[in-house]
Design a binder for this molecule. Structure first.
Ligand SMILES: NC(=O)c1ccc[n+]([C@@H]2O[C@H](COP(=O)([O-])OP(=O)(O)OC[C@H]3O[C@@H](n4cnc5c(N)ncnc54)[C@H](OP(=O)(O)O)[C@@H]3O)[C@@H](O)[C@H]2O)c1
Length: 280
């Protein structure tokens, strides 16, 4: 039960930010847990990020999430960036510590892996090679999570080869960067394929890739959630592959944030998912 003398605050900083589904999901949890509090969208211009982050503590915020375009710049502002966020190269969550200092972490990796585990509990990291398409911040979180889970081979394909190579150099081990031209052939023998590019998102053309060589037993995921079914996922579903969209990643990345901010581990329920889906 909430203490009457405390109003719990958190939010998401972005520019633009009003499209974000985060306020809806966090405010659902405030209600479910009977906490007096609010999660607000904070439209922060890039030049205002430092002042906005520094205002969190005096305003009484427990922390905030960060979305485009702040995830990288925030790393230079907060007082401490954990190892995970450093490896991914981006902060998705800021926690205000008791002394008012700011700690940055990245929960996207947790979100992706736990989305798979909730939606496809039979999924096994050692089922076979994974194909990851894209090499931006989302790809880094996905690759990091897959490596932690024990995936032995990640075929990484990106339009700009140098970004895939940079991930391979930094993460090492299982990451095998392949030329963009080989993206259709890379499907052969894969157990998991993940689109982490922006292609297929609302307003963007479909991802230019063919799934002909992919086994129908493979799991196909997209981290995009607007639309819920991208052309890439629709093509996979039509040929018989099981699919996962990006909404689960968004919902699950919010759980460790709540744990850090309010000491509570909320659940990603069917009711929550349906409520957010209705707005997409
Ligand atoms: N579900 C979630 O919680 C979640 C979390 C994070 C991100 N996302 C989504 O994931 C997507 C990517 O986000 P991000 O932060 O990783 O973005 P980013 O860092 O800007 O990376 C964008 C990626 O898309 C590729 N790309 C862009 N245009 C392309 C084209 N015409 N053909 C092929 N590849 C193209 C880029 O390739 P180049 O390197 O060649 O430019 C790069 O790999 C967005 O839709 C975002 O909303 C979802």
């Amino acid at each position: 039960m909430s203490k009457p003398d405390r109003f719990f605050l958190a939010g998401v900083m972005g520019w633009p930010v009003m499209h974000s589904r985060s306020p809806m999901l966090h405010n659902y949890w405030f209600q479910k847990h009977g906490l007096a509090g609010s999660y607000v969208p904070l439209a922060i211009r890039p030049e205002g990020l430092k002042a906005a982050l520094r205002a969190l503590a005096p305003l009484g915020f427990a922390g905030c999430n960060l979305t485009i375009p702040h995830k990288q710049e925030a790393m230079t502002i907060v007082d401490e960036v954990d190892r995970l966020a450093k490896s991914i190269g981006a902060i998705s969550c800021v926690v205000v510590r008791p002394d008012g200092s700011l700690a940055g972490t990245n929960n996207d990796c947790y979100g992706f892996i736990h989305s798979i585990k909730q939606e496809r509990p039979y999924w096994r990291a050692d089922a076979g090679p994974a194909v990851v398409v894209g090499a931006g911040g989302g790809a880094r979180a996905v690759c990091y999570g897959l490596i932690q889970e024990g995936v032995k081979e990640i075929r990484l394909l990106n339009r700009s080869a140098e970004r895939a190579k940079a991930i391979a150099d930094e993460f090492g081990g299982p990451i095998k960067p392949l030329p963009w031209e080989q993206r259709n052939d890379a499907m052969e023998g894969a157990a998991l394929v993940v689109n982490t590019t922006s292609q297929g998102m609302v307003g963007q053309p479909a991802l230019d890739i063919k799934l002909d060589k992919l086994a129908t037993s493979a799991l196909v995921a997209d981290i995009i959630y607007i639309p819920l079914e991208t052309p890439f996922l629709a093509a996979a579903r039509k040929r018989g592959n099981r699919t996962i969209n990006g909404l689960g990643m968004l919902l699950h990345q919010a759980r460790p944030a709540w744990k850090a901010w309010f000491g509570i581990e909320p659940d990603v329920t069917a009711e929550l998912r349906a409520m957010v889906e209705k707005t997409i």
